[in-house]
Design a protein around this ligand. Structure first.
Ligand code: UD1
Ligand code: MG
Length: 479
């Protein structure tokens, strides 16, 4: 028994009104097609998976790069029947085919396997996976035989439904199994004399029945799993469902998620037990959060690793970073890629870091930019400290040793090094290295003029009075 999986992914997705091909749109942080491909690869080897591409083929192929699946081209998208026909040459060596739809993304491996097994048991030419969704509108309806109810007479597309057929609740999911030979033999009988002028794969049901081949239907019990994504609204419904499933999985594993319907958590995110996630938090991509953390509202973490007992306060934007155990970040901190916040370190409000490591217990609590910096442990970085890492052409590094104290409003003009235990006086512009345990003072000396302000105020007062007199005189009539 040799079985191939064909995934249809060449269509434009006209109903989306988007410049991007439908199957590249993301739900749950992953492209529609990638969801389907991952389910297919859980059932079959990559060498047996064939993806039909057409609209934006290069980008669609790139979205599956490295998986090892085959691609078949359908340069003109003339319907689902036409798409399968393009693949028949490539799959000539197989006995059976499973056809999946690139826009039915929640399909589970178990269901694909069940369809395969049922199809083989039934010795059918075509097996249609069906469902009874809450609202069948828009789907093709499956007309079963009155007597042999597992057998199908035909599939009727929404636009061609008679009023009686419109009452049928069982729909075609767009997922099928075929015996390859009868399909290949009869696919040329498909016609495009329908509402869309397309070759519908669904018409194969009636064609095969006409040829006395066995066409059966298998109902998928979970209709939610086979909902199609044809409009942005439908996609966002699936997205919400997927994310809620992820939130439920995390909650079952001991994570507290307040108002889970407001959180946006990608499927690949891991969170440890006893961590609390407040409303309106986004955890995206390959993010993992340890145990006993608290992530406060409006924080967005992407591709970031967070240790245990970490506090992420409100409104932080964090990407491509590592935050070690017991660190405290925010509110309103911006950690850009390659930031590493050490154990117990504090990064406070309106602090931005990029390609910077902050050692254990170090603190940068207010209004600071740290870019291209290696900062040791136990360092205190005052409010408003800035690393000047860019001279308009190249980026340079700032190296700060352990236990350094950097006074507020200092600028560190890179490349520059501050030795262990050194001090930088507030308001300094540091352009030269500071030795260990040294003090650098790099600011203009203060000049103080006693009484200067009082004198200035009285001068201003006198000027204002004489100005008023002149104005009054100008208004008097000439004598
Ligand atoms: C299809 C079924 C419908 C079913 C529904 C389930 C047909 C005619 N109708 O309708 O009975 O209820 O799926 O979701 O098949 N594609 C190509 N090449 C093409 C056209 C489409 O590869 O020329 C791909 C699309 O990229 C998509 C899939 O086939 O991934 C399905 O196409 P779509 O246009 O979404 O079909 P539906 O109208 O949803
Ligand atoms: Mg569709």
């Amino acid at each position: 028994m040799r079985l191939a999986i064909v995934i249809l992914a060449a269509g434009k997705g006209t109903r989306l009104n988007s410049k991007r091909a439908k199957v590249l749109h993301e739900i749950g942080g992953k492209a529609l097609l990638r969801h389907v491909a991952d389910a297919a690869l859980a059932v079959a080897a990559a060498e047996d998976v064939y993806v039909v591409v057409g609209h934006q083929a290069a980008q669609v192929e790139a979205s599956l790069a490295g998986l090892g699946v085959h691609f078949v081209h359908q340069p003109e998208q003339r319907g689902t029947g036409h798409a399968v026909r393009q693949a028949l040459g490539a799959v000539a060596g197989y006995e059976d085919l499973l056809v999946l739809s690139g826009d039915v993304p929640l399909i589970q491996r178990e269901t694909i396997a069940r369809l395969r097994d049922f199809h083989l048991e039934q010795h059918a030419a075509m097996t249609i996976l069906t469902a009874v969704p809450e609202d069948p509108w828009g789907y093709g309806r499956v007309i079963r035989k009155e007597t042999h109810a597992e057998e199908v007479v035909q599939i009727v597309e929404q636009k061609a439904l008679t009023p009686e057929q419109a009452g049928i609740g069982e729909v075609n999911t767009g997922i099928y199994a075929f015996a390859r030979a009868p399909l290949a033999e009869r696919v040329s009988q498909l016609q495009n004399n329908n509402a869309h002028g397309e070759f519908y794969l669904t018409d194969m049901a009636a064609i095969l029945v006409e040829a006395c081949e066995r066409v059966v239907a298998l109902r998928c019990e979970h209709a939610d799993e086979v909902l199609g994504a044809n409009t942005i609204e439908e996609m966002m419904r699936l997205d919400a469902k997927l994310r809620l499933d992820t939130a439920r999985r995390l909650m079952a594993a001991g994570v507290t998620i307040f108002r889970p319907e407001t959180s946006v958590i990608d499927a690949g995110v891991a969170v440890g037990p006893d961590t609390v996630i407040e409303p309106f938090v986004q955890l995206l991509g390959a993010t993992s959060v340890g145990q006993d953390c608290r992530i406060r509202s409006y924080s967005v973490l992407e591709d970031t690793t967070v240790g245990d007992r970490v506090q992420i306060r409100n409104g932080c934007s964090i990407a491509g970073s590592r935050i070690l155990d017991e660190a405290v970040v925010g509110p309103y901190a911006h950690l850009r890629p390659e930031s590493e916040i050490g154990r117990g370190a504090h990064v406070g409000n309106f602090v931005e870091t990029k390609k910077t490591s902050l050692g254990a217990g170090s603190k940068a609590n207010h209004l600071t930019y740290l870019g291209d910096a290696e900062i040791g442990a136990g360092v205190n970085i005052g409010a408003g400290v800035i690393t000047c890492n860019y001279d308009g052409a190249t980026k340079s590094t700032t190296v700060v040793g352990n236990r350094v104290f950097i006074g507020s409003d200092s600028t560190l003009v890179a490349p520059v090094k501050l030795g262990d235990g050194s001090y930088v006086a507030a308001g300094s512009c540091i352009t030269e290295d500071v030795p260990a345990d040294g003090l650098a003072l790099a600011r203009a000396r203060q000049t103080t003029k006693p009484g200067w302000a009082k004198v200035r105020r009285s001068r201003l007062q006198t000027a204002a009075e004489s100005g008023a007199k002149e104005k009054k005189a100008a208004k008097q009539p000439a004598e």
